[in-house]
Design a protein around this ligand. Structure first.
Ligand SMILES: [Zn+2]
Length: 212
């Protein structure tokens, strides 16, 4: 499988993100910076979003199902695992995310899983690895089995970040709003609110581009 995996450099990732956003709504990258409607973009691409408890804890945030498959989910009422049939082209978000009301983490899951769909569907569709993208590189206890897995996750994170915080819009917002804040933390807070992302995600985005 590894020979089929392509790894893109940052400028290519940024271009892929721009193409997706422009195709959805050209104004997204031209207008005043605002939160990217990631769930609407997912739907516009014909993908299905479902919520299930993926595990009995909130360890796994999302899963992308490339081909119709049986997926293991946790039945919270009966307190046991069960399998369900899921259509190909489905993003499953962990229902714990709804319970906790953590919108930043939910949006992170959406952008990350959408990035898997964009980058990796040609690898996983029609293969025994369908429905294998169960790992979401958000928590420290996320253990990946190989360097290839880690690289796949890094690529999904890179594209996901570029989708939800397009760098041109981030810079525009930073020079309009973020830079004039009283402190670094205030800048991060203001920017995170504009893009409706977690403060940590925004801190990393700004820091990676030497804006803070
Ligand atoms: Zn992932």
């Amino acid at each position: 499988m590894n020979s089929d995996i392509r790894f893109y450099r940052q400028p290519v990732i940024d271009m892929l993100a721009r193409n997706v956003l422009n195709e959805y709504d050209r104004c997204l990258l031209l207008s005043k910076p605002k939160a990217i409607p990631i769930d609407d973009i997912i739907e516009s691409l014909g993908l299905i979003v479902e919520y299930h408890y993926l595990r009995n804890s909130d360890r796994i945030c999302g899963e992308t199902v490339f081909d119709a498959a049986e997926v293991i989910v946790y039945d919270m009422a009966k307190r046991r695992y069960k399998t369900i049939i899921v259509k190909g082209g489905t993003i499953i978000a962990d229902a714990h995310l709804l319970d906790s009301g953590n919108e930043g983490r939910l949006r992170f899951t959406f952008e990350h899983e959408l990035a898997h769909w964009i980058l990796h569907k040609s690898i996983f569709c029609g293969s025994q690895y369908s429905a294998a993208m169960t790992k979401t590189a958000i928590s420290e206890d996320c253990k990946l089995s190989s360097e290839a897995d880690r690289a796949i996750e890094r690529q999904a994170d890179m594209l996901g970040t570029a989708l939800i915080m397009p760098i041109t819009q981030v810079k525009k917002a930073y020079y309009a709003v973020g830079r004039s804040q009283s402190s670094k933390q205030a800048a991060i807070d203001a920017m995170a609110e504009i893009f409706n992302v977690s403060r940590e995600a925004m801190r990393i985005r700004l820091s990676t581009h030497n804006l803070i």
